[in-house]
Design a protein around this ligand. Structure first.
Ligand SMILES: [Zn+2]
Length: 89
């Protein structure tokens, strides 16, 4: 256990994930919900690589929590929505 996961997303009204179901604690949609995706893009717009790392760790945790086999639609849900092709800010 490294405890390296950031806790900064767990703020009231911030569309934080509710485990183990991985639904949004604010709007109840599948996490990351639309508002959360926009928040993440705004929060990490200068460091898109870190956002990928963060979402990857969320995907790994959700895969375990939801007992989903790797490479399923969860990957699309957590990472597939990320804008691609531009590494510049
Ligand atoms: Zn939400």
């Amino acid at each position: 256990m490294t405890g390296g996961a950031e806790s900064s997303v767990f703020r009231a009204g911030e569309h934080a994930p509710v485990t183990p179901g991985w639904t949004c604690g604010t709007c109840g949609a599948e996490w990351p919900c639309g508002p959360k995706r926009r928040q993440l893009l705004a929060e990490y717009h200068v460091d898109r690589a870190m956002l990928s790392v963060y979402l990857g760790s969320c995907l790994a945790a959700a895969t375990q929590d939801l007992h989903a086999p790797p490479g399923t639609c969860l990957q699309e849900r957590f990472i597939g929505w990320l804008p691609r092709g531009r590494a510049t800010t």
